[in-house]
Design a binder for this molecule. Structure first.
Ligand code: SF4
Length: 756
């Protein structure tokens, strides 16, 4: 059994106890989000009401899920924690490292060959530490999680931003960095700022060409890519209960595109149907017994303005099919003439070259069946497909069932390519061009979530538009961006005018789901004998060695770089081709800060080596200091480290010998990541002191031996002419975090505590 019903029943027992207490303490009816948050407090029963958007709270998630690209460093770190097993049920899913090129069979074989080292590593670590392992081809992490692990009222974290997909089954599911996941795997609490709450009231009913995807495309238009930041979006109302569970998953999935912490729906009949269809009747029974805790109190949805920080209304009966893009998921256009005008005004290519159906957002059985109803009509009405069409089923269970039911056959008859059950083009794993940088301007339509430049095929000139699977199929057949399937006619092979009827489909397979080998490998009960081997000369994987404590005296440290302006985690540790080295700290460290702008010359990756006076790339100069045994300092501007929660942005500088990062302000997650890696993350007490830092500076920490919570530190910046500035810096380390620093890293401390 993939899930643990006793664990879920335990969660429901706790909910029953804690929700009433939380309601008393908060002093008003509770939203679903609050019920889940308050019943997952690390300290047990709620004792105080938390301030939304302000208080940091420790939580105890029920599950963890990791995908293959992020799991590498997460598991390499976990191996350092000295634990024999993960403390919380965890799964690893191999889905990102599989390229879409020829078709599923050939592509999977190729991935298993070129990434075998990584897959074998993930499999053996999973087996050793009690982690469920989903093989390459088993499916996309979030579809597999929805089918097997998500449960109403649960809390999970995952090392992928679309972990939020599980909100479709009533969870609070949140994407995190690997370091956070490692903490929870090792039995520690997980900290989150208590989110604000946005309520979305859905009235009316979807019909015809309008799909759940259009709901989130509309929400993205209303809230924009930043509008959900720091908030949980809770959907409710008659429109919500009228949608399928996987449709709800689509909506929650793209909550990541509006920056939301997560999104969720209250437990309803569609979730019960989905649980029973996916062989989890016992969870449905357990959920039914605590139904009142798995949705908000009635008063909340009756008067949402009193209980949410913001309320949005959408009438599904008035919503039409939308196309969002290009280059941003919040730019909405209605199908048809509005698109004709916009495309003309903006010079977007009207001709569509490809339609792509899949990704964790839209790869369910229902999605494929509705899109195939359009493909079937094209066959029946004698219309040839003008664009190319690619399909990535969400899981082997979906693929096997869709094949059995003739759905895939319909696509294939229309010459569509069935790619592996994996992310494929959604993460740029699409071998569309041999030279993407010089590829021509073109338009594509897909049912994915993200459509940033270069995301799918590496071509900066590809204009990607996001749509529902059924609209994607129709546009692929028509080959035009401004095709409106509600009004426009197509000419068939006999020269006749034909029109599409509305799409139809099955919420769930009428003959039930089936699968021969779902691709799951359960870990051994006792994996202690399992050997995890990593080759010494591997370029993709490297076992970690514990970081050495920096000590209570740092003197003679050199300035590595004074970063100018925006310095995100992408500037500190780039993605793209560097993804390949996510499991090899020393190799990926060769991209450290190469995107940061040097404040002294406004160039990237061009800093002074104070030992020679020469200029060079940041990693090279830093390695020279490391070789000479000299610690370094990075100086930065406001919101340093914003962007992703990737721990590489802290681990790489730490690995190369950077001791402290001193900035005007930090993005909070990056600041925490620096602390976890045993570094100093400090802020100028006087922001203007940033201007005092000069290119040839040497730094002495004068009172680091008195490092204590709430106490400023003092740094002497010695300039090349011998003059000095004394700089006061603030920090937010509590005593436990100072202990991390003293031990060299949070993991070192966990290991030490574990050894006692
Ligand atoms: Fe991420 Fe796309 Fe894979 Fe979903 S399908 S997990 S969005 S890469």
């Amino acid at each position: 059994m993939a899930f643990d019903i006793d664990m879920i029943k335990g969660v429901y027992t706790k909910m029953a106890e804690r929700v009433d207490k939380a309601r008393d303490i908060v002093g008003k009816p509770l939203t679903l989000s609050e019920k889940i948050l308050y019943s997952h407090l690390w300290d047990g029963n709620p004792t105080k009401a938390f301030v939304r958007g302000k208080d940091y709270v420790d939580f105890a998630p029920d599950r963890i899920a990791c995908q293959d690209a992020t799991a590498q460093m997460a598991l390499l770190q976990f191996m350092q924690a000295g634990k024999s097993k993960v403390a919380v049920p965890t799964t690893v899913h191999c889905d990102h490292l599989i390229q879409a090129k020829e078709g599923a069979v050939t592509d999977l074989k190729h991935a298993n060959s070129v990434s075998s080292e990584v897959f074998n590593f993930l499999e053996s670590v999973s087996n050793k530490y009690g982690i469920g392992f989903w093989k390459p081809g088993a499916g996309i992490i979030h579809q597999v999680v929805l089918e097997n692990y998500a449960f109403p009222g649960g809390m999970m974290i995952g090392t992928d931003s679309h972990t939020v997909n599980a909100g479709g089954l009533g969870m609070v599911a949140i994407g995190v960095g690997g370091a956070d996941a490692v903490d929870v795997m090792a039995g520690m609490a997980w900290e989150l700022k208590f989110p604000k709450l946005i309520g979305v009231r859905l009235t009316g009913k979807l019909s015809g060409w309008t799909a759940p995807k259009d709901v989130i495309l509309k929400v993205a238009e209303i809230l924009t890519v930043k509008g959900g930041t720091g908030a949980i979006v809770e959907y409710f109302g008659p429109g919500a209960t009228s949608m399928s569970c996987t449709g709800k998953g689509t909506i929650c999935n793209m909550g990541a595109e509006i920056g939301a912490t997560t999104s969720t729906f209250g437990y309803d009949d569609s979730m019960e149907r989905y649980l029973r269809a996916t062989d989890r009747a016992d969870i449905a029974d357990a959920a039914n017994s605590v139904k009142e805790h798995l949705t908000a109190d009635a008063e909340v949805y009756a008067n949402p303005e009193q209980y949410f920080d913001q309320v949005i209304d959408i009438n599904l009966s008035e919503l039409g099919p939308l196309l969002n893009g290009p280059f941003t998921p919040d730019l909405s256009t209605e199908v048809g003439s509005a698109m004709t005008e916009k495309a003309k005004a903006n010079d977007w290519p009207i001709k569509v070259e490809w339609g792509l159906i899949g990704s964790c957002t839209n790869s369910s059985y229902e999605d494929l069946s509705r899109a195939s109803s359009i493909a079937q009509q094209a066959l029946d009405k004698g219309v040839k497909m003008k664009a190319e069409l690619g399909i990535n089923p969400g899981s082997e269970q979906v693929r096997y069932t869709a094949e059995r039911d003739g759905i895939l056959d319909v696509f294939e008859k229309l010459d569509a390519k069935i790619f592996t059950n994996a992310c494929g083009p959604c993460i740029g794993q699409w071998a569309r061009y041999s030279d993407p940088k010089n590829a021509p301007k073109n338009s594509i339509v897909h049912s994915f979530n993200r459509n940033f430049a270069k995301r799918a095929d590496g071509n900066p000139n590809t204009h990607a538009f996001v749509a529902s699977p059924e609209l994607t199929a129709a546009i692929a057949v028509a080959g035009r961006l401004d095709f409106n399937p509600l009004t426009d006619k197509l000419i068939n092979e006999n020269g006749e005018e034909v029109m599409f009827d509305e799409p139809t489909g099955w919420e769930l397979p009428p003959k039930g789901f089936d699968v021969k080998d779902n691709g799951y490998l359960a870990p051994e009960a006792d994996g202690s004998h399992v050997q995890v081997s990593v080759k010494d000369d591997s370029e993709r994987l490297q076992l970690l060695t514990p970081f050495v404590p920096l000590g209570d005296s740092i003197t003679g440290a050199k300035l590595l770089i004074k970063a100018f302006g925006k310095c995100t985690t992408d500037h500190i540790s780039m993605a793209g081709p560097w993804l390949r080295f996510r499991g090899h700290l020393d190799n990926i460290a060769n991209n450290t800060l190469i995107g940061a702008v040097n404040a002294f010359n406004q160039k990237t990756n061009f800093v002074k080596n104070q030992l020679t006076g020469d200029y060079g790339g940041v990693p090279d100069v830093q390695r020279a200091y490391k070789k000479a045994g000299i610690k370094t300092i990075v100086v930065g501007d406001h919101n340093y480290g914003e962007g992703s929660s990737r721990e590489h942005a802290a681990m790489q500088p730490r690995h190369l010998g950077v001791a402290a990062v001193i900035v005007k302000s930090f993005a909070r997650i990056h600041e925490t990541n620096l602390k976890k890696q045993g570094m100093l993350g400090l802020t100028f007490a006087n922001e203007a002191d940033y201007d005092l830092i000069q290119e040839d500076d040497t730094f002495n920490f004068t009172d680091l031996n008195a490092f204590a919570p709430g106490k400023q530190l003092t740094i002497e910046a010695v300039h090349s002419d011998g003059s000095k500035d004394v700089i006061k810096v603030n920090h937010t380390y509590n005593q436990s975090q100072i202990d991390w620093y003293n031990e060299g890293s949070a993991l070192n401390l966990i290991k030490k505590q574990n050894a006692v």
